[in-house]
Design a protein around this ligand. Structure first.
Ligand SMILES: *[C@@H]1O[C@H](CO)[C@@H](O)[C@H](O)[C@H]1NC(C)=O
Ligand SMILES: *[C@@H]1O[C@H](CO)[C@@H](O)[C@H](O)[C@H]1NC(C)=O
Ligand SMILES: *[C@@H]1O[C@H](CO)[C@@H](O)[C@H](O)[C@H]1NC(C)=O
Ligand SMILES: *[C@@H]1O[C@H](CO)[C@@H](O)[C@H](O)[C@H]1NC(C)=O
Ligand SMILES: *[C@@H]1O[C@H](CO)[C@@H](O)[C@H](O)[C@H]1NC(C)=O
Length: 355
């Protein structure tokens, strides 16, 4: 009896497992069918957005028209929203914070959907002393500046890094020397040669291009945005942007849209004046954020044109204020980045329309 009951329970359990596997498969099948249908209506511009406070102003903008018959598709924990902006068919997707989320989400977008180009936008810290909070930057190149080889104490720039001879790591890009930033008890910069943290060396990302041989790596550090998109974004430089967060708090100078040389990202929130000036002086980097380079590296490997708009919400630790400015100006900066994205799509659509 006991064994019969056992077999009965076992088969119930088996049926249950079978059922849930089948229903997962059914849901997946339905989703893939839906994606195949909307791909026939493509191609789309993909809009990749870090967080909800950057996405919401776009969802609320009158320029965004959601597709009423199929407003979104959910896949792998992400929501892909369909609609049009200024005549361009778009898919919006929110990544969540930092490089892993941004890379995974961009890869999903490009693997699942028929996407002709990617626009990434949001807020950023500012390392460039010639720019101000509220300005919207359009860098020509992006790098991931969080992939490091941390050198042992005692070794210096003349010493080979571990695994350098394998081609895994390089001394070509440059390093940060911690001892340059030591301070004495009077809080003056000492700039000694000694600090146990020694040096970290910046490393390029390993890349596997879509048309390359699988498992055969290349390397990329500075990734250029699409040259046509960058040239087109020149038209955005006279755009009027919002200046005030309310009737009493305004920026000290009217914000501008500016094309700049370089931006960088890593899964690190930078609120540190010394690092800010290092990264500007060493690499000529203006916006510092936590996602753009991941989007850039995925688009680069998938050979998909992309551009990035980042509005400056804080000085990455270089401001006068006691605390980071992002809490006050993030909403204004996010709204300004949305204004720029909408105008960019308008220009893109009219240029395409003219051709
Ligand atoms: C909404 O999506 C459906 C499915 O892809 C498509 O047939 C329809 O044309 C879309 N509507 C608009 C306004 O783009
Ligand atoms: C410390 O000194 C070195 C060598 O003179 C110089 O290259 C570096 O920029 C200095 N660091 C700082 C933070 O001033
Ligand atoms: C040095 O910096 C610490 C921490 O910021 C501060 O508490 C201290 O008063 C400073 N000392 C001097 C001599 O400025
Ligand atoms: C405007 O915003 C600032 C910063 O959040 C706040 O301190 C101030 O009270 C606000 N002024 C009004 C009129 O709401
Ligand atoms: C940004 O836009 C949102 C939505 O359109 C609005 O609610 C918010 O007040 C705006 N923020 C600022 C600082 O203008």
């Amino acid at each position: 009896m006991a064994s019969l009951r056992y077999i009965f329970m076992l088969s119930l359990g088996f049926l249950f497992v079978l059922y849930s596997v089948q229903s997962d498969a059914a849901v997946l099948g339905k989703t893939l069918k839906r994606i195949a249908k909307l791909n026939r209506n493509g191609p789309y511009m993909g809009l990749v957005i870090p967080n909800s406070f950057e996405m919401n102003p776009l969802l609320q903008s009158p320029s965004f028209q959601p597709n009423e018959s199929l407003p979104y598709v959910d896949f792998a924990g992400r929501r892909f929203r369909l609609g049009t902006i200024e005549g361009e068919k778009v898919i919006l997707v929110m990544t969540g914070l930092a490089m892993l989320n941004a890379g995974v989400t961009t890869q999903l977008l490009l693997a699942l959907f028929k996407v002709k180009g990617v626009v990434h936008y949001g807020i950023a810290g500012n390392a460039n002393p010639d720019l101000n909070i509220g300005d919207v930057t359009i860098p020509q190149f992006w790098a991931h500046t969080g992939l490091w080889n941390w050198q042992r104490y005692g070794d210096g720039p003349e010493d080979e890094l571990p695994l350098e001879s394998n081609g895994d790591y390089t001394r070509k890009i440059g390093y940060l020397h911690f001892a340059d930033y030591s301070i004495d008890d009077g809080n003056k910069t000492l700039n000694t040669s000694e600090n146990l943290l020694n040096n970290v060396w910046y490393q390029p990302e390993e890349v596997f291009p879509i048309n390359g041989i699988p498992e055969t790596r290349g390397h990329a550090f500075w990734v250029p945005v699409n040259s046509h998109y960058f040239a087109l974004s020149n038209r955005l430089e006279n755009l009027k942007l919002k200046n005030c967060i309310n009737s009493t708090t305004c920026l000290s100078s009217p914000p501008v849209v500016k094309r700049v040389a370089r931006g960088s990202s890593s899964s690190i929130f930078v609120d540190n004046a010394a690092y800010r000036s290092f990264i500007y002086n060493k690499f000529n980097i203006s916006p510092i954020d936590m996602e753009s380079a991941a989007v850039a590296l995925v688009c680069h490997q998938q050979k998909t044109p992309f551009i990035v708009f980042r509005a400056l919400s804080d000085l990455a630790g270089g401001g006068e204020a006691q605390s980071n400015e992002a809490s006050i100006f993030a909403s204004l900066a996010a709204n300004n980045s949305v204004t720029v994205v909408v105008q960019f799509l308008k220009h893109l659509h009219s240029v395409r329309g003219a051709n």
